[in-house]
Every structure is written in structure tokens, then in C-alpha cells.
Design a binder for this molecule. Sequence first.
Ligand SMILES: Cc1ncc(COP(=O)(O)O)c(C=O)c1O
Length: 372
Amino acid sequence: MPMKFINSATQVLYDMQQPIWLAPDGALLNCTLIDQFDPNKVLQYDTSIWRYATALPNIAPENRLRLGGGFTPLLPFNLKGKEVWFKHDYLFSTGSYKDRGAALLMSMVKEWGIQKVVQDSSGNAGCSIAAYAAAAGIECSIYIQQQTSLSKVTQMKAYGAHLVTIDGSREMVADAAMAAAKTDYYASHCWNPLFFQGTKTLAYEVCEQLGWQAPDAVVLPAGNGTLILGCSIGFTELFELGIIQKVPKLIAIQSEHCAPLATAFFAKNNAERFTQKPTIAEGIAIAKPIRGEQMITAVRSANGTFITVSEEDIIDAWKMCAQKGLYIEPTSAATVAGASIYALKFQSEKIVSVFTGTGLKATDTLKKSNLW
Ligand SMILES: Cc1ncc(COP(=O)(O)O)c(C=O)c1O
């Protein structure tokens, strides 16, 4: 059966020919799982997300956007004496793994013939959507907070995005974008289920790079869940099709300064609350993730857990990476810090994690932080 949208509450199916991002009753939309995929038919010459075209929504070849990046190296990295395998996803053309989701979503927008999209972002998702909108010749407005890093603002502007700066919280930015989405298509990395079809390619790449085997655990950031939910979909599909023998444990990393999901995951009662403080890991400073419940369910059903990391852990991990020649974003370093904590406890496991974003666009934050 071709992939369809599915209402997360009622399970009603919707054709992918209609450009929707939300169910008519306001429920979140997901996509149905694929029911066939042949690893022998992977497009070996193609290093973009379209390598796995047969596992993705049906989009005509002429509408499949590519900007370089994809099939990123999976390399061992020594974390306090334990070898952990890292996907080098900062190598995507805009500098982060968000290109996986944006490439898929904007290709579908192109296929539908939509002329204009809106989006809201703390930075990287906005850069990716703006870049792929430019590649498709589609107009794009990105809603951002006043404190969005100068490098990311400059990058979005360079791609020709129209920026709308909101003087308020991340939630107020999302509300403003949602209001604009009444007239223009919402290319949201949180609400739009197509984004997760792009990020699921990380799971496909990891399994292919390991000889169509799953690792024991995958350590991922937990902001809006674009990687956690994408990986949950990807590994589940491959497992249900009998291509891998297990779904790896999903280990979700949050900053101690913004840990709504870790708090809910370990809470003994619903009344437990978390207090938000500023964190250097801006990409995971999400107090109310739209798909928070889905993220907790994905982690639980993969026998995973949440780990929180302190600002000190993040800075130490960032410095350690830099000293080994890897210049990553502080948000990316939060995941490295979490992987380090996990790896210390589970020495015998094959663990995979991700360098999610380049440090080159966090220079302003890094400079202000006086890290060296
Ligand atoms: C570099 C980087 N890493 C990780 C994340 C976490 O995002 P998510 O939980 O949506 O995968 C973000 C989000 O913006 C990011 O920019």
C-alpha cells in the first residue's frame, strides 16, 4: 500500500496527494509505516536521502531535491576509553542533520506545486527549510526569536528567506507561525509528519553501514524529537520487515536546564514539574515539545531511557571534541556528553550517536562563553 497520512488519535488515513500537515480534527498526523523495502535495491550511486527512495513517500524524481550531504560517515570515536560510533551529520550542506527532514518535506511541497511556506525555528531547522526552499524556488518565511544566533540568521537571509522576529518566548514564536499557517503551508519540523520521513534515513544509513544490522543503542538529542521520532520510525520499519533483528535502545539526551521529557519519564506522579534555566545547548531548549508524548512512548517502547547533562558536562564534551579536531555546536556536545555517560555504564554494547551540527554557526555563542 502507498504511504498515507494517519490521524494519531482516530487512525483515519488520508491520501498523500492532499497538502495537509494537521488532521482536520486538530490531531497530530503521522505517516503509515512502509510495508516493503529491499536492501538489495538501495540506489548505491546515490548518497542523498533518495538512496532509500523506495522507503520514502512517493515523489517524482524531478522533484527530489538534493544539495549534497547524506550517507554521512559512521566513524568510531573514543569516549573515555570506550569506542562509540558517530554519524558525522554536520557534513550536510547547511551544517546540520535537519537537511534530512527539509529535503524530504520541501521535495513534497514542490511536488504539490505549493508556492510559499512558513516555518518557525531556533535556528538549524530554519536554515535547512530556507536552503531547500531556495533550491526549489519556493518562497519561505521563517519565524524566529530575537536571540537567534547571528550566524543562523545570516544563513537564513542568505538563502532568501523572509525573517519574522518575535520579541518573546519560543512558544510565542510557534504561535505566530501557526497563525501564518492559516494561509500558507506550514513546513514545520515539529508538526509536519513528512519531516520525520527524512530524518528516518539516519536509521537506514546506520543499519546499512553496519551490514544491515542494528546497533545495541543509539544516543540522540531530545529537543523536538526530529531525530528520536525519525529513528524510531526507521528502526521499527526495518525490524518489522525482518531486515534487522532488533530495534536498538533509544537513549534520549536533555540538558539539566531544560528537561521536560526526562522529568515526565521518571516522574512518580503527574504533578512533577521542571524548572527551565538558560542552557548553552539552544537547540534542545524546548520546554513544550509538540510531540513530547510520542517521544516518551518511542523511548519506552525501544527499552531506552533519558539522560540529563549539566552545562559543565556539555562544555567538557565540546572541549574534548575540539581537542580531537571536531568543531561542533554546543547542542551537539550535549549529545556527546550523554553518550559518554551511557557508554561508561554499558561498556560491552555497540553504541551509535550523532554529531548533529557544525560549530561554525555557533561561533558567536562559543565566543561569548569564553571556553578557552
Ligand atoms: C545541532 C542540533 N542538535 C540537536 C537538535 C535537537 O533536535 P531534535 O530533538 O528535534 O532532533 C537540534 C535542534 O534544533 C540542533 O540544532
